[in-house]
Each structure stands twice: as C-alpha cells, then as structure tokens.
Design a protein around this ligand. Structure first.
Ligand code: ADP
Length: 383
C-alpha cells in the first residue's frame, strides 16, 4: 500500500459539509479535493483544490474519481452509476455505492430495516396519488399517516402529514413511502463511524428540536436529556445498523423515541450531518475529522463530550431573498463561548441554511439560554 499521507482523497460536493471536511482534512495534512460546479458555494470560496463539474453527471464523476485514490461524498444526490464503475476500476469509494443506492431511496431504506430486523415505523410503498386514494377508499389505509417521496426529499421537503380529508390535496403524486404517524416523544441523532478495519465508534446521542413551520432541525442539544437507558438503547441500535450495513465512513442515524419509550429508526445519512456540527467545539474529535479518519483507515478518535452544547442553524429569514446580510452579528459575537460559523453563501432564501452556531457552557441550561439569545438576535436578511 502506498504511504497513507499520499492517498488522494476526493469529495463529491462543495457545500458547507464539504467546507468543514476540507478544514478538518487540512488539519491532518490532507489536501482534500472537491468536485463542485458552483464557484460561489461554501467550499470553492475558501479552497484551491476544486475541480469544477457536476456530481450528478456520470462523465464528471468518472473524470474526477479516476484522479483519486479514495472518493467520498458530502451529499447523497450523486451519480452512483459512476461510483460503481470507479469501484470496478479499483478505487475506494466510501460510503460504498450500493449503500448509497439503498439510502437514496427511502423505500429501499425501509425495506432494509424491515428485512434486517431493525425497529422502524410500519409502512407501505405506493406508486402515485391514485393508489393512495384507492387504499383510503377501500379502507386499507387509515388516517392519519405520513407520506414521503422515495427520492429527492431533504430537510423535510418531500414529507407530508395527512391527518384529515382536507389534507388530501397535498398528497404527492410520486412513488412514496406511507408510514404510520409516530407518537414522537423525542428525536435523537447518533453519528457512528466505522473504518475498513471494522473499528466502530459513536458520538453521544443528541436531541433535536424542530422549527415549527420549516420542518428543519433548528436547535440541537448535547447531551440529550433522555434517560441513560434510552441512550444506551439508541446507541446499541445505531451501532448494530452500522455493523450490518458494513459502511465505511460516518452514518448519522436519526431515531424516534416514542411516548411509550420505544426506539424506531427514522432515516440515516451516510456522511457528516447537521446534527454533528457541535462536535467541532464540544467533543474530543469532530465528526468531520472522524469521517476522514474512517475513510483513510486511521484509528478513530475519542468521541466524548468536552462541554454541554446547544447548536442553532442560522437560517435565511422567511421574508427575505437576495444578497445576504447578517443583522445582529456584532452583538452575537459578544455572547460568551458562542462559536459562529457562517458558510459564506452569497444569497439568502427563506429557511436556507446560511450558517450555524454552537454555544458551549458549563451547564446545558446556560448553553441553551445563550443559544436562544443568539437565535433571536442574529437575522439573515437581504441587503
Ligand atoms: P427529511 O429526509 O426531509 O429530513 P424525515 O424523514 O427526517 O425527512 O422527516 C422530517 C421530519 O418529519 C422528521 O424529523 C419528523 O419530525 C417528521 N416525521 C417523519 N416521519 C414521521 C413519522 N413516521 N411520524 C411522525 N413524524 C414523522
């Protein structure tokens, strides 16, 4: 094997996750390479090693990948046909393309959980809206339920809750998963890393709080407030899933804890995740460094919590579109132990993820209190 430091690592995608990955790679001395088509995206703005191309296009991914030893992703929506062909050429692709294919399709993801015996909400797969209405009319599907488009959904887009007949107009007319509406007590995320040697390490559970209308994770706390027993249960399920999949890299596992303390897998992401931003300042190793360690088959870092933390996504104001401006920034930079990350996106749109801030403190209550102040004062508006 060639010297590990000489391995050329390429990432498909140059958004904020790509930016934080290249920063972590740079710390370890790896000049990671990026495939991205937008010059004004977060990574190309700060990073010289960018090849401009479209990660959804077969030819672009093949051309980029053939220059690399190891290929990884910061987004699932990539051309996996090219990734399969790169594996056939002897390239290392992490997450493995067959795992990406399963995860990209929420129907295949649910089938995987069910066939492998992992707990998840009951579901059926449908082709279109007509089939959903037919199932309702014949009494085979009862209200309420959740509909998720099988592909192309993200940040709550492509998810709709159908509670009454008046919601029928929002039923999607695309191949979808229909799930039971879960009685959610808490939403948890556990980020697990696995390297090719089979070493597995997970970050402590974090708890998510959702924006009431945008359906985006807006607030995240570490450690989670759920009981020790439930945390152990979540960790056990998440690590077993990683073991079963055999994934290399990170797997962010989103779980529901129900009102009856049942733990169900909602969905997973095979990459660094929004729910792990706080690990940069609040844990012994960041999720970004952990992903790089994992794909390079290096020893995984310790994951323990160094300080309680509250993370807020800095979202575009719902009424503003255009060149971004940050109102209240100077004031927020005075909040003790508030680590503000702005991604450098030039234009804002309603609810666009423009940055995040992690507030660490001696106590979780203090971190939450200061994160609330920051969230209220920092507004992303247009100029
Ligand atoms: P996305 O991939 O867009 O993030 P998710 O599957 O995570 O979509 O769903 C978004 C949110 O919708 C979840 O975080 C949760 O709050 C809610 N949700 C999803 N599935 C269910 C369900 N079966 N029951 C109740 N709420 C759900």
């Amino acid at each position: 094997m060639s010297n590990i430091l000489e391995q050329k690592v390429g990432i498909l995608g140059g958004g904020q996750l790509g930016k934080m990955l290249v920063q972590a790679g740079s710390k370890l001395g790896y000049p990671l390479h990026i495939l991205e088509k937008n010059k004004d995206f977060p990574t190309p703005q700060i990073w010289p090693h960018v090849i401009y191309g479209d990660f959804t296009q077969y030819e672009d991914v093949m051309a980029f990948g053939s220059e690399m030893d190891i290929i990884t992703v910061e987004i699932e929506a990539v051309n996996t046909r090219a990734l399969h062909d790169l594996v056939a050429q002897g390239k290392k692709v992490y997450p493995q393309p067959d795992i990406l294919d399963t995860i990209k399709d929420k129907g295949l993801q649910k089938d995987f959980y069910q066939e492998s015996g992992f707990p998840t909400s009951s579901y059926i797969l449908v082709q279109d809206k007509a089939e959903v209405l037919e199932l309702i009319n014949t009494g085979k599907l009862s209200l309420p339920f959740v509909q998720k488009s099988r592909t192309d959904g993200y940040d709550g887009k492509g998810v709709t809750v159908i509670r009454t007949e008046s919601d029928f107009e929002s039923i999607f007319d695309v191949p979808s998963v229909i799930e039971d509406l879960v009685d959610i007590q808490t939403e948890i995320s556990i980020i697990v890393a696995r390297n090719p040697k089979g070493e597995i390490k997970s970050f402590p559970a974090v708890e998510m709080m959702f924006h009431p209308t945008a359906n985006l994770v807006e607030f995240l706390i570490s450690p989670s407030k759920i009981s020790e027993e439930l945390q152990i249960k979540c960790k056990r399920i998440s690590e077993a899933l990683v073991q079963k999949m055999g994934i290399v890299g990170l797997l962010a596992v989103e779980l529901f804890v129900t009102n009856s303390d049942e733990v169900l897998i909602n969905e997973v992401a095979p990459r660094p995740h929004n729910s792990g931003h706080h690990t940069i300042e609040a844990n012994a190793t960041s999720q970004y460094e952990q992903h790089i360690r994992a794909i390079l088959n290096l020893p995984l870092g310790e994951t323990e919590i160094l300080s309680p933390a509250a993370m807020v996504n800095i979202l575009g104001h719902p009424d503003h579109t255009g060149e971004a401006s940050y109102d209240g920034l100077e004031e927020c930079l005075q909040i003790p132990e508030a680590h503000i990350h702005l991604y450098g996106k030039t234009t804002t749109k309603p609810y666009r993820k423009m940055g995040h801030a992690t507030v660490v403190a001696r106590s979780l209550e203090d971190a939450i209190k200061r994160a609330r102040i920051l969230k209220d004062r920092l507004q992303v508006i247009s100029k």
